[in-house]
Design a binder for this molecule. Structure first.
Ligand code: B12
Ligand code: SF4
Length: 443
């Protein structure tokens, strides 16, 4: 059997390749290959594909090519352009593969437009069943039925994939991987003919339960240390220069992570872009991060408002955050490497407290990194917003996009205030205003 695995286009007002890789799909590839299925990857977001690299950024990041789909002014009154990010469709003509089945992944629920378009294109080129999995059908299964896919898969796709393939193709597929897939297999990065940066997960899911997040819905799985180190050695052999750890809860198994750190080759650059838990950072880890060539470190700060910290899940408090920053500075990291994520637009978050957070981070010598809030279907916040009538169950998921929601959602401080915060942060991190000027900034 031949399976084409597709990472679809992104539909958004902005997108950047921050070590973006369809990790779930690469795991599925391995699970199928073990059963003798011939697999080919079509990653529309691979910047090594012809026509998809606009600009290389630092450490293996960069800009995708994009085309404007439409202006959002007439329909939504929002002064932004919706764009399609990824390689031009002509890439399909170069595939040289006739699949019996196509498997498509999905990441953000609000990127569903890219999923729909990709499925349409696939259907035009191949008359075979299309299976859709990933975050979008998991969080919005009813909506995903409109995608044009023949089968919608919710949740963990790996243990179910063999039965699904048998059902849609009529061919028997040996069940080689089950519930323990995360301990047993590694993602098949060799499907990329050229790969310079890669993504690693040493854990899967999260044991915390923050109200604005859904990562905890995946449970929590841990990979053996040896399997992680072996994967990194293989990536190194293939010429990978940058590796991003994208765990949701990397430091929860702290002693285990230390073993991983000690075994890392020194001649690769490592990155922690997915906000680590400040409260769990200790001195030994901070030293190892410096010793082992870590460059991008992001701490999850989210908000400095103690009441909000507690209400949203209590993963961090100001004292432990400050301690973590001091540890990182004491081993030689500075604001070039260390940033802290702040969520802006949470319900009950005031503009004044968010501005204080920006100043607090800057004063500590940490780069403030603003994440505009997105209300995620299926999160605890989502339920509260539904109960309070702040959102309609049938809202177009696209309108929940983190760059668009603040234009209309009554639950947040609103787009004008968010823009003021974004602007002042931009001016500070690009050196247009000094720390002193930032600290004096008032509205
Ligand atoms: C890495 C990551 C990113 C990275 C890069 C993504 C990448 N592709 O590498 C980056 C930095 C870009 C990112 C950004 C953001 N992210 Co993010 N991110 C993730 C994260 C942590 C990991 C995804 C992942 O690789 N998981 C590991 C793999 C193994 O799991 P998986 O892909 O889900 O695959 C499994 C199943 O889904 C299924 N499956 C997957 N594909 C397929 C296909 C088929 C055919 C089948 C059968 C099954 C199947 O089987 C797999 C095994 O179980 C998830 C959280 C999470 N734990 O999933 C959030 C997550 C996807 N992100 C989220 C959010 C909110 C964001 C931001 C908006 C945050 C913000 N406010 O700025 C931004 C988006 C900015 C933008 N507009 O671009 C939300 C998504 C919410 C939503 N509405 O969909 C998540 C779920 C986290 C959360 N907060 O709850 N993110
Ligand atoms: S925000 Fe972070 S700590 Fe909280 S549930 Fe999500 S992944 Fe876990």
């Amino acid at each position: 059997m031949k399976a084409l695995l597709v990472n679809p286009y992104i539909y958004d007002v902005s997108a950047y390749d921050y070590w973006l890789k369809p990790v779930g799909l690469l795991y599925i590839a391995t699970a199928l290959e073990k059963s003798g299925v011939e697999v080919k990857l079509l990653d529309f977001l691979d910047r090594h594909l012809p026509g998809n690299n606009v600009h290389d950024g630092p450490y293996g990041t960069g800009k995708f090519s994009s085309i404007v789909v439409k202006s959002l002014m007439n329909e939504y009154g929002i002064p932004r352009y919706l764009k399609r990010y990824g390689a031009p469709e002509e890439i399909l003509n170069t595939l040289n593969f006739s699949p019996d089945v196509v498997l498509i992944t999905s990441m953000m629920t609000y990127w569903y437009g890219g999923v729909f378009e990709t499925i349409k294109m696939i259907k035009k080129n191949f008359n075979v069943p299309v299976i859709l999995g990933g975050n979008y059908p998991t969080l919005l299964p009813e909506h995903a039925k409109l995608s044009g896919a023949d089968v919608i898969v919710e949740g963990d796709g790996i243990p179910k994939i063999y039965d699904i393939l048998e059902a849609v193709t009529g061919t028997k597929v040996e069940h080689t991987v089950g519930e323990n897939w995360f301990e047993e297999i590694t993602p098949d990065n060799s499907l990329y003919p050229k790969i310079e940066s890669a993504v690693i997960h040493t854990t899967f899911g999260c044991p915390y339960r923050c109200t604005y997040c859904v990562a905890w819905k995946k449970g929590f799985k841990v990979r053996p240390v040896n399997s992680v180190l072996k994967e990194i050695q293989e990536l190194k052999k293939r010429g990978v220069k940058d590796i991003a750890f994208y765990d949701d809860a990397l430091l929860v198994k702290r002693e285990r992570f230390k073993k991983i750190l000690k075994g890392l080759p020194n001649d690769i650059r490592y990155h922690l872009p997915n906000g680590i838990h400040a409260a769990l950072l200790d001195e030994e880890i901070a030293k190892l991060l410096k010793e082992k060539n870590f460059h991008t470190i992001r701490l999850g700060y989210e908000t400095g408002d103690a009441a909000l910290q507690k209400k949203t899940g209590g993963k961090v408090d100001n004292t432990s955050f400050q301690r973590a920053v001091e540890l990182l500075k004491s081993v030689g990291f500075d604001s070039k490497d260390v940033g802290a994520y702040m969520i802006v637009g949470l319900q009950d978050q005031s503009f004044e407290s968010a501005l204080e957070d920006v100043k607090f981070l800057a004063r500590m010598g940490v780069k403030p990194v603003i994440n505009e809030y997105t209300l995620i279907p299926g999160s605890l916040d989502w339920q509260v917003a539904l109960n309070q009538g702040l959102v309609d169950e049938n809202v177009d998921p696209f309108m929940l996009n983190n760059s668009l929601i603040s234009y209309w959602w009554k639950g947040s401080m609103g787009i004008k205030k968010i823009d003021i915060l974004k602007n002042v942060v931009r001016r500070f991190v690009t050196g247009k205003i000094s720390l002193d000027e930032l600290l004096k900034f008032k509205v």
